[in-house]
Ligand binder design. Sequence first.
Ligand code: GCU
Length: 612
Amino acid sequence: MTNLLRCLTFTLCLPFLSARGAAQVAPLIANINARQTTSLDGQWQAIVDPYDVGWLDYRAQPLENNHAFYKNYKPQSESELVEYDFDTSGQLHVPGDWNTQRESLLFYEGSVWYKRSFDYTKSGKNRLFLHFGACNYFAAVYLNGEELGEHEGGFTPFDFEITDRVRAHGNFLVVRVNNARGKDQVPTVNTDWWNYGGITRPVTLVEVPETFVQDYLVQLEKGSTHQIKGWLQLNGPQPQQTVKIRIAEIGLVQTVQTDSNGRGEFSFGADLTLWSPENPKLYTVEIAAETDQVIDRIGFRSIEARGTDIVLNGKPVFLRGISIHEEAPTRPGRAWSEDDGRTLLGWARELGCNFVRLAHYPHNESMLRMADQMGLMVWAEVPVYWTIQWENPQTLRNAENQLNDMIVRDENRAALIIYSVANETPVSEARNRFLRQLIQDAHSADPTRLVSAALQAHEVTERERITIHLDDPIASDLDVLGNNEYIGWHSRRPDEADAIDWVSPYGKPMIMSEFGGDALYGYHGDARKRWTEEYQENLYEHQLAMLKRIPFLRGMSPWVLKDFRSPRRVLPGFQDYFNRKGLFSDHGEKKKAFFVLQKFYRELQNAQYLSN
Ligand code: GCU
């Protein structure tokens, strides 16, 4: 693991730092749920601030006095003017997007201030960190009236060290979250998903020893099914320690010495039962340093691309997948909990999936851990979506940072097999350079996994036959080629797929990362009638027949598991701000096409098509 990528985190947040030199986001602590934690979830006081009066004066200059909301200031006399009060301003639930908590905030894009009071007594020389699972899109964080720092990016975790800032009593934590869209951001201003704002994932106090195990990687060496290769990173005044790595179930104990930077590298053989969809074996792995101990549940599997095959544990595999947005299965809004993950992945399992594409941004950690437990291979993606500012170095660093944090958080998840660096991005030299940088970052940060992107191929029509060519210039840099196509919906009739062939000069495996069409659940009619379940059903039948004929196809993740909110979908009576390409409605009802795909996956499974 190169340190370059990990130090990117620091540099990225510099531009947002206020002149006051606030704290910085701390290096991400891995596996926080295995630490001594205190949840700050629940009802938080909240102020909706569309004009940012909470931190800017009428000249749009940063406020430094008690008028700044992060001061949480109360009038000291009946004549003192204070124009905000958290305690009488209503509440919002954390974690949760604000859009689905109040009708008035459904379309809201701007700042919302959150306040949470808490007492905390830390023991001895221990250190204390404040961990956010995610805030969309930009967060400025303050503790007891002082700035801790800022974070950009709506789908990755961040920490602040508050060891010397926390009080035993009367702490007030204030967070300004802003989800306003910006051209230079990642994602940029245009997405086909709802711009849910807020503190969308859990907030946790994490108490650790003075020198603690900050991060680690314990996975199989690339291409091996028995050699574990990894590293660990201590953080604190005692960097040089003897650390034991234990996998009690196989009687394995390995000793590692950390160096003066607190880093220890290791490689050792182990006789393991490999993780796979039909046997998602997880081991209890203990990392015991002299001053700290962390326990994780880790699976071991090897994943490679060999020619046009995707090879799991040495055997070619076909990825029977579905694409999923991070929306709660049975209630409006963002998903974040284990139950949400269990239900969504349970639906994918019911479809006959062994693979899920978590689109288009890093989903919550519990989703990845649930996929580990349930035996679903995962495609994870950073929101480099459509038309990003390819020439903007800040935008590139932002994308690199999000990629880095996604890898840091999930690199020990056996389920995670593919990193995707982009979705449907228009070919240009600047774009190619941008994506090549991300591909290189992913490969150097984690050489054990495959790197892909959702590309778009081009049609060539000769007489009756249509040939679609994969010809994206960055395909040569990828391990696996993803491709999105909407034959039968955005272009052509469904039956025209019968005359379509696919060619690729790359000799690499392809995953059809998106295909599908909209249907309103319960709306029935002729298969040629748009929006009917019969149209979607028919589209799937023709699609699956076409896909079967693609010689280098090694997986698919149809668009999409469940209808989801989108500001781009405005057709009354049919869309009503929902993308209706789900196989489940937004109320969890199965559409006819669900059964077409389920039957197809059962046939593949029974036919041992490319095994398991
Ligand atoms: C695109 C895109 C999705 C979108 C889908 C659609 O391919 O990647 O984010 O929702 O098409 O049009 O439904």
